[in-house]
Design a protein around this ligand. Structure first.
Ligand code: FAD
Ligand code: NAD
Length: 465
């Protein structure tokens, strides 16, 4: 096979890698991208997109189920609905497939060459790709490592049999009657909630005293309440010890030190993800690490000249939009433009019910940074749009400096608040003050009005409360 030479070689076509390659191609950089699986990476194939598709299906199913059970207050009645999970999964696969093709099309449109196979460094400038038809050698001036992350396994509970990761959970043939979720973080709660709505009896086992421990307790309270309403039982300060002798239950040590068996058809382990550091030749390069991740600087440069790294392989927060932003920045740098990481915040959304959004600093984090702060919080019980959508749980909270009212952080919990992440990110990125948000006309009736009211509340003159 003839060797390929290029200016930029990107390893991994997840959101970090494919955005980097597309932007580099647009900028006229001679770019090659290598992917051993499908374009779109974890995000598109086993992460963000398939999970949100199933969450949407679960929401729709729950709505019709409630109507059939006579629990709908809108005057809608129905016969008992049925769920065919195989059809749901096939619809989800259709969405993923369309997006896969979309990413490949965009790469081609930008003039990027795609090579399918597993890439392995020979040295900092040469990569060998095991393709279906043999070894392809690629020589390059610059490399971007975008190999992403994979599910973390618990030594006492290896994946296999009834013990599954998020990847398998997104493609189950039928709804498990009893689902035990180990880890009450992002994935565990997003998918645990969806399966509870599909009809599984769900138990969440969380090692720490609270679910979603990365957020403050006030923000997660509406989520915990809703889990209770959905019949999800949550065991906090509980440790998963392993499978029962028969393999049909999870043995846990509960907060009081007692052992308990939780019968389960499936055990979904979602205790975090780890960077993909093996299989691509790290040993040939000897790059510096930051803990378990690759160490990068403010331009995503690793410790080796000409070798960049982006996305989950470079650390927290492991989010698709962080990977994309890093990818875009590195493409610009490789094209000769002066860029470095200057983002003020990386918004995060947890697609639970209700949804949680955070951007910037929480009140506790702002205080820990030494700021004297003003906090304004506006509840969805006082928002007309939330009432019309039966989504009154939750609130929007704005955190600002007390002296000059610069907004430091915005958090929200509520139905559909994921869409407010854009407004929150924009406000912080543009250096908004409370007066800027309060002085912006927010269309009525929308959930966004709660954002304006939270800013007004921090200023001491909310109108609708
Ligand atoms: P990845 O998407 O992991 O892509 C890396 C790619 O590199 C893969 O395609 C892999 O096959 C390829 N690769 C690895 N090694 C090689 C090699 N040697 N040769 C060739 N190719 C290689 N984030 C959000 O922001 N929002 C969400 O709603 C969200 N939901 C999620 C839900 C789930 C269930 C999961 C698991 C994750 C979710 N995430 C979400 C996280 C998000 O998926 C990741 O942050 C994101 O995919 C990271 O992008 P990346 O480009 O760094 O890596
Ligand atoms: P996570 O870090 O969000 O949650 C892991 C949870 O497992 C934590 O609450 C932790 O305390 C708990 N835990 C750890 N070890 C345990 C043990 N032995 N027993 C019981 N509980 C234990 O990790 P995740 O849910 O696997 O998600 C991985 C990453 O993927 C996230 O950090 C996030 O970056 C990304 N993700 C993002 C989204 C989103 O943006 N909406 C959705 C899913 C995943």
């Amino acid at each position: 096979m003839k060797d390929i030479s290029c200016k930029l070689l990107v390893i991994g076509a997840g959101p970090g890698g494919y955005v980097c390659a597309i932007r580099a191609g647009q900028l006229g950089v001679d770019t090659v991208i290598v992917e051993m699986n499908k374009a779109g990476g974890t995000c598109l194939n086993f992460g963000c997109i398939p999970s949100k598709a199933l969450i949407h299906a679960a929401d729709e199913f729950e709505k019709v189920l409630l109507a059939a059970e006579g629990k709908n207050t809108l005057g809608i009645t129905l016969e008992a609905p049925k769920l065919d999970l195989a059809k749901t999964v096939s619809w989800k696969n259709g969405v993923v497939g369309r997006l896969n093709n979309g990413v490949v099309g965009l790469l081609k449109k930008a003039g990027v060459k795609i090579v399918h196979g597993r890439a392995k460094f020979h040295d900092g400038k040469t990569v060998e790709v095991e393709t279906e038809t043999g070894t392809q050698v690629i020589r390059t001036e610059t490399v971007v490592i975008a190999t992403g992350s994979e599910p973390m396994e618990l030594p006492a509970l290896p994946f296999g049999g009834p013990v599954i990761s998020s990847t398998e959970a997104l493609s189950l043939a039928k709804v498990p009657e009893r689902l035990v979720v180990v880890g009450g973080g992002y994935i565990g709660l997003e998918l645990g909630t969806a399966f509870a709505k599909f009809g599984s009896a769900v138990t969440v086992v969380e090692a720490l005293p609270r679910i979603l421990p990365q957020y403050d307790a006030e923000l997660t309270r509406p989520v915990a309440r809703r889990l209770g309403e959905l019949g999800v039982s949550v065991l906090t300060e509980a440790k998963a010890k392993g499978l029962s002798a028969k393999g049909d239950a999870l043995v846990v040590e509960t907060a009081d030190g007692q052992e308990q068996e939780l019968p389960a058809d499936k055990i979904l382990v979602t205790v975090g993800r780890k960077p993909v550091m093996e299989g691509w030749g790290l040993e040939e390069l000897d790059l510096d690490r930051a803990g378990k991740f690759l160490r990068i600087d403010s331009q995503c440069r690793t410790s080796m000249r000409g070798v960049y790294a982006i996305g989950d392989v470079t650390g927290e927060p492991m989010l698709a939009h962080r990977a994309m932003a890093q990818g875009e920045m590195v493409a610009e740098i490789v094209a000769g433009n002066r860029r470095s990481w200057d983002k003020r915040c990386i918004p995060a959304v947890c697609f639970t019910d209700p949804e949680v959004v955070t951007a910037g600093l929480s009140p506790d984090e702002a205080r820990a940074h030494g700021h004297e702060i003003k906090v304004g919080q506006f509840p969805y019980t006082a928002n007309a749009r939330a009432m019309t959508m039966q989504g009154e749980a939750g609130f929007v909270r704005v955190v600002a400096r007390a002296d000059n009212h610069l907004v430091l952080g915005i958090q929200a919990v509520g139905q559909h608040v994921s869409e407010l992440a854009t407004a929150f990110g924009l406000a912080i990125e543009m250096g908004a003050r409370l007066e800027d948000i309060a002085g912006t006309i927010h269309a009525h009736p929308t959930q966004g009005e709660a954002f304006q009211e939270a800013a007004l509340k921090a200023l001491g003159h909310a109108v609708h409360i």
